[in-house]
Design a protein around this ligand. Structure first.
Ligand SMILES: Nc1ncnc2c1ncn2[C@@H]1O[C@H](COP(=O)(O)OP(=O)(O)OP(=O)(O)O)[C@@H](O)[C@H]1O
Ligand SMILES: [Mg+2]
Length: 336
């Protein structure tokens, strides 16, 4: 029987784990709730459920920041709990494939490897895969043979823009724009225009529902606290206002894609032009981003079928198909 194997895409907002045993991708919020500074109170989706609602003695946080591990101890705890849950409490030896961002320092990259090594999850083998390469495979691109593929992954705190060629990364840039910034922009606009304070989850919901609301010509109905009276109120927010406040962040993404295109070796331009841009990541689904990207670059934009999971789908291919194994590498020697 094949070894147990897991493919992990550690996102700032969501941790996605592919489990070979059930051939499924499991998604949980990458969040931890600690009570009285030292006791684990909740993790994953249930920690997120309490976020912005918990009392002062329960501290809820994301152990990742801007795509890299900021809180090693809590991240190890989360990985151990998630993997133990997937194995129904009985940890067996397994191989791990972990996706890492490219445009970070070697120390930050190695931290992903060390995380699995130190999480006590009985790791037999730990392999690292560049996130954009996994994304490419997950998007069904012939990554090993294509000479010029542009992948844009819009996540929670970061957007990773990468040019792939022949199974490797030619250029990559990680910028600090993503779904969180979109939510913040919505909160700021609602505060400015309606003197209304709304929570992060409300702003996220407005963002996610924007396409549908716009299609139906409806306003977003939100609940929050009036700045002047201090009382809870309901307001109708026009979608146009929300679209406008997101524009600035869309421009940042478009500008950075253009910078990467300008730096791309000309020999790769033909394939990029032919295939267009591959757009993925949870927040890439936000209203009007794909059109803005197409207009700002003159390229066709291919949107992912499963934007949240594309990295993990790629990892599943690497785990299950020996033809793709060469894109994964070990950094064992470096960690010593
Ligand atoms: N339908 C949707 N429309 C717009 N945004 C969405 C939608 N569904 C999810 N999102 C946003 O996607 C983001 C999460 O995406 P994803 O899981 O790819 O991020 P991540 O991998 O955790 O973060 P990062 O890659 O920055 O570390 C959240 O900001 C969420 O609000
Ligand atoms: Mg991500």
């Amino acid at each position: 029987m094949a070894n147990n194997a897991y493919g992990i895409d550690l996102g700032t907002n969501n941790i996605k784990i592919y489990d070979r045993n059930d051939d499924n991708i499991h998604v949980e919020k990458n969040m931890i709730a600690i009570e009285n500074k030292n006791t684990l109170f909740a993790y994953g989706d249930s920690a997120f459920e309490m976020y912005e609602k918990a009392p002062g003695n329960i501290h809820i946080s994301y152990p990742l920041s801007n795509g890299v591990i900021a809180d090693i101890k809590n991240m190890e705890t989360l990985v151990r709990y998630f993997i133990t849950d997937l194995q129904k409490g009985n940890l067996k030896p397994a191989d791990f494939y972990i996706a890492v961002p490219t445009d970070v320092t070697e120390v930050e990259k190695r931290a992903f490897y060390d995380l699995i090594k130190d999480a006590n999850v009985k790791a037999k083998k730990i392999m690292v895969v560049e996130k954009a390469v996994a994304d490419g495979l997950g998007l069904d691109i012939d990554v090993k043979n294509s000479q010029g593929v542009l992948v844009v992954n819009v996540g929670y705190e970061t957007t990773e823009i990468s040019i792939l060629s022949l199974g490797g990364i030619v250029l990559s840039r990680l910028i600090k724009v993503g779904g969180m910034r979109f939510d913040e922009a919505i909160r700021a606009a609602v505060r400015r225009e309606f003197s209304l304070i709304i929570g992060g989850k409300t702003a996220e919901l407005v963002k996610i529902n924007l396409k549908e609301l716009e299609a139906e010509n409806k306003c977003a109905v939100v609940y929050g606290r009036d700045i002047v009276t201090g009382l809870p109120v309901e307001r109708e927010i026009p979608t146009k206002l929300v679209d406008e406040c997101l524009e600035e962040h869309f421009n940042t993404i478009v500008d950075n894609v253009r910078v990467i295109l300008e730096r791309t070796p000309p020999e790769l331009a033909a394939d990029i032009y032919r295939h267009g841009i591959y757009l993925t990541g949870g927040a890439s689904q936000v209203n009007h981003l794909s059109e803005k990207l197409a207009a700002g670059t003159g390229l066709k934009v291919n949107v992912a079928d499963s934007p949240l999971n594309s990295v993990c789908v790629g990892l599943s291919k690497i785990i299950n198909d020996d033809n793709y194994k060469t894109v994964a590498y070990a950094i064992e020697g470096m960690s010593k």
